[in-house]
Structure formats: C-alpha cells, structure tokens
Design a protein around this ligand. Structure first.
Ligand code: AMP
Length: 517
C-alpha cells in the first residue's frame, strides 16, 4: 500500500455499516490500520481471509467490524449461533467480546462468551435464547457441543484468532473438529502471527481461495521499540534464580520513572510466581498471571494492570498473548523465550499505537542459542547492555549479617517510597529472606536443619514458613542434593552459615570442637 492510500483511506471508504463507522469514530479511530484496510473489503465481499498479523496491529477490529456489518442483516435462532470466534485463551476471548460490545453498540446483536471458569448454566441460558456471535475457547465450545446444547450448523462466519498459539497449545485437532462441525459454505476469517507448516496445512484444507493479507512484524520494523539484552552468568548454577532476580530489579530501578508499568515474561509458570513474589517482597507492585490461576484472579489482576493499580505484570506467554493493554512502557524478558516468535509477541506488548517502548532481556549462557535464533528471526542483532550490577559480587555478603542492613520493613518502605537511588542500590544485589532461602539453602540449609551453635544461627534473619517458600526452589534443591554423591553432600553439611565455601581448616576446627560439645 502506498503512503497516499494510507493517509487518505478512512473507515467510511471501507463500505462498513454506517452504524459501525459511527462506533469506530466513537472509539476515536479515524484511519484503518493496514490489516484493517486489507482484510475488511474482502471480508465484506464474503471471501475467506488469511490475515498474517500479530496482536497490536488492530487485527481484532479487522474481523469484528465486517462481522457486525454482515450479521446486521439477519436474526439469531435458538441454539444455532450465526457466527463463531475461536480464541486460544480466556483472556483473548474476553477481549474479543469487549471489542464486539464496543463496535456493535449501535446494533442489537447478541453474543455469548464460552470460556472455562464460568458456569455452564449461565452460558446455556444465553445459547438457548439464540446468539448472533459466539466467542469461545475450543475446549469449552466442544464441551457444550458434546452436552447437546449447541448446534454449529447455522454458523455462517467462523473466525480463528491467533492460530499459531492454538498450535502451541495443542488445539489444532479441536479446531479441525470444529471446522468439520460447521457448514462447508461458511466464510472463514483466519488469523495467525506466523505460518508454521501445520498452520499452512489447516488453511489449505479449510480455507477456500482466501484473500491473503500480511502485515509487517512490529519486531522487524518497530523502530519505536528500543531493545537490549544483558548477558549474565550466575556465580553458581544454584544461585542463578536469585541473582537473575537481582539483575531484574536493577534493570527496573535503572529505568526509574520512565518505567511506568511493565510486563515481565518468564518461560515457566513456577518462575512467574517466584519472580512476582520476590518483587513484591522488595516492595515492587507486582502480580502474577498464568494459566494455573483462577479465572477471577486473572481477571482482577488484568483489570488492575489496565487501571494502573498493578505496575508489574509477571506473565507466561500463554496468559499474556493477545492481551490488549495499550500503554505498556516496558517489557522485561526474565528468560529468553525458547520459541523465537514468542520474542516478537512479547516485545510487541510495548511500543503500541505509535508510542515508544523499551524491551530488555536477561540471557544466561545456556540460552545463547535461543538468542541467536531470535536475532536470526528479527534479522538484527539485539544490542548488548551492561549488567546494571556491574562486576559486584551478586550475593551480598551482608545477607547473613543483618545487623549491617536496615530491617526488612524499612528497606521495603524505602523502595516503595522510591527513596534516594543510592539507598536503593545498596539493596539491589541481595535477596530478601524468602528468596534467600533459594540462594542460601544450597549453602546453609543443612546447618539450620541440624541445630548449629547459637553463635552461628542468624536469628535476625526472618525465615518464612516452609509452606511459603517457592515450590520450585525447594524441589530444585532436593533434586540437586539427590544428584550429588553422598560424600559430597556430607561435605556440604559441614559448612557454616556466613563463612562461605572455603573456610580455612584452622577456623573450622574451632567450630567443629564446639559442635562436638
Ligand atoms: P489488536 O491488534 O486487535 O489487539 O488491537 C490493538 C489496539 O489497537 C487496540 O487497543 C485497539 O483498540 C486499537 N486499534 C484498533 N484499530 C485501531 C485504529 N484504526 N486506530 C487506532 N487504534 C486502533
């Protein structure tokens, strides 16, 4: 598309229902985005559409607007929805539903949202009455179908949103099944950020001569997103988690006020919980979001993040994919994603709608091959950033000497109140007690389990109850201990809290004598 078309095209030029154009104007949009300009005209002609676009490009409106226009001409029948939108996650489905409400506000269309975590009964009531638009996750839709509550033979328009994510989540067999339950004559609007071979196969099977619209990836063209990566090696493998969390805090602190809010991505759900818990302990306003959390908790967290009452959203890829959060100043990749495409999705959460954004990542040595894959995909090197903690020892030696540090509450207050920078920096390469369990347990837990002489017990350091400790850290420790030869494990038992790994034998001797007594 030439520049002149981009600048002159308006929503009125797209032959949408005037009431839809009005609703779009009410939303404050004047110019269609490239995916909208490309997908809406063929969709209105009744053609199948294959949109290769990621979230943040305006792709939701590119199928919602023509659907409303087309559905405005008919009526819903009981149990037979006229259109179907399939989304990989509950959040994305809820977001599409919100878009429907926004753009169909001048229409009398009915919709139902079929997602897990909501009672079947309420959803059944809506379907029984007849809906124009059914927005669903594949599993829940099939549950309803199998209970005999739903007929898909009336579906005239079917949308598959974020197909590549469906593939990652193993939903492709469900999607194929659903395709086969809908009429052959339906119109299909199919969206995916990437075209993996399996996606290509599905589109070849179920789409008929689609209009193909591909919009540029934000990551390859998004000059408004500043990227960077800190190459980081932990002092020891077992310290990696806590040290990475210290680096993360330092990166956040260095951004200062410029970091109004951020999404922090982790590869594993357990790490989402640990990072969020750790940030909270340090007084950062953080909440986790991932698929194992209750739907009501996820919704509340997201609402809080959108409203600004939650500043840091710690997220897994699946939970965050497709979420529409317009103003995110920063994305922190706590882990390098193992699928290069996820990097594109993650950083696409910032720098939306022309705003500038910053995406920063921490890369440990074993993730370097994944970093290479990302750089190949985005076709540019990601600038290396200095470790904000410099060459300082990562695990603060004062950790075991609380007298040298302010009480925890006071420290948290200082951070919460965004106290002077130098003050905060003193803290940032240390772990709070809950995290220190992970760090110090590897070195010291045996001494705590087996009562040590009073002199050696750090009574000022509050230890959380066992049940509060991060599950993964515990199991990691158990596993690594199991894996070590017995002799080596016994050696570790002899270590003394606060004395480090290489205590000179003449000093050890005095402790051993004391312990023997
Ligand atoms: P999506 O890619 O569908 O997640 O949309 C990303 C964001 O762009 C959402 O906040 C939309 O409300 C917004 N948006 C959609 N269409 C337009 C448009 N034509 N102009 C400006 N913003 C838009």
């Amino acid at each position: 598309m030439t520049d002149s078309t981009t600048t002159t095209l308006t929503f009125s030029d797209l032959h949408l229902d005037p009431k839809v154009v009005q609703a779009v104007a009410d939303a404050g949009y004047t110019v269609p985005t490239p995916i909208q300009a490309g997908a809406i005209p063929p969709a209105l002609e009744g053609r199948d559409v294959l949109g290769i676009a990621q979230t943040g490009t305006g792709k939701t409106a590119s199928f919602v607007l023509p659907m409303i226009t087309l559905l405005g001409r008919g009526r819903a029948r009981a149990r037979m929805p006229r259109s179907l939108v399939l989304c990989p996650t509950r959040e994305l489905a809820a977001q599409v539903a919100e878009n429907f409400d926004k753009y169909a506000k001048h229409h009398k269309l009915t919709k139902a949202l079929l997602i897990g975590g909501v009672s079947f009964k309420d959803q059944d009531t809506l379907i029984d009455r007849g809906v124009d638009v059914l927005i669903a996750t594949p599993g829940r839709l099939l549950d309803h179908f199998e209970r005999g509550k739903l007929l898909l033979t009336g579906v005239q328009i079917m949308v598959v949103d974020e197909a590549d994510r469906m593939l990652d989540m193993g939903f492709i067999p469900d999607i194929e099944r659903i395709f086969n339950l809908t009429p052959f004559t339906r119109q299909t609007l199919f969206f995916s950020a990437t075209m993996a071979p399996e996606i290509e196969r599905i589109t070849n099977t179920f789409l008929s001569n689609p209009a193909k619209i591909e919009v540029a990836r934000a990551a390859t063209t998004g000059e408004n997103i500043t990227q960077g990566v800190v190459m980081f090696k932990a002092s020891k493998r077992e310290n990696e988690g806590s040290e990475k969390r210290a680096v993360l805090r330092a990166m956040i602190d260095d951004e200062g006020e410029a970091c109004t809010n951020a999404i922090i991505f982790c590869n594993r759900k357990t790490d989402v919980d640990i990072v969020s818990k750790s940030l909270k302990k340090y007084g950062y306003n953080a909440e986790p979001i991932h698929g194992d959390l209750d739907q009501s908790v996820r919704t509340r967290t997201l609402d809080g993040f959108r409203a600004g009452s939650v500043r840091f959203l710690c997220a897994s890829d699946v939970a965050a994919r497709g979420l529409d959060i317009p103003a995110v100043s920063h994305v922190f990749n706590f882990d390098v994603p193992s699928h290069a495409e996820d990097y594109v999705h993650r950083i696409g959460r910032t720098g939306r709608a022309g705003r500038s954004g910053k995406a920063m990542m921490i890369c440990v040595p074993r993730d370097e091959k994944n970093l290479d894959a990302i750089e190949r995909l985005v076709q540019e090197p990601i600038p290396r950033l200095a470790n904000p903690l410099g060459d300082r020892p990562m695990v603060d030696e004062t950790e075991d000497k609380p007298a040298a540090r302010a009480p925890r509450e006071e420290r948290s207050e200082r951070i919460r109140g965004r106290g002077p920078r130098t003050e905060r920096k003193q803290d940032r390469n240390t772990d709070t007690p809950v995290e220190a369990v992970a760090t110090a347990e590897a070195n010291a837990v045996e001494v705590v389990a087996e009562p040590a002489p009073d002199l050696l017990i750090d009574r000022n350091r509050p230890r959380p109850e066992r049940s509060d400790r991060p599950e993964r850290d515990r199991s990691d420790r158990d596993r690594s201990d199991r894996d070590r030869p017995r002799r080596e494990r016994n050696d570790r038992d002899d270590r003394i809290v606060g004395m480090g790994d290489d205590t000179p034998s003449f000093i050890m001797k005095s402790f051993e004598e004391r312990r023997a007594r």
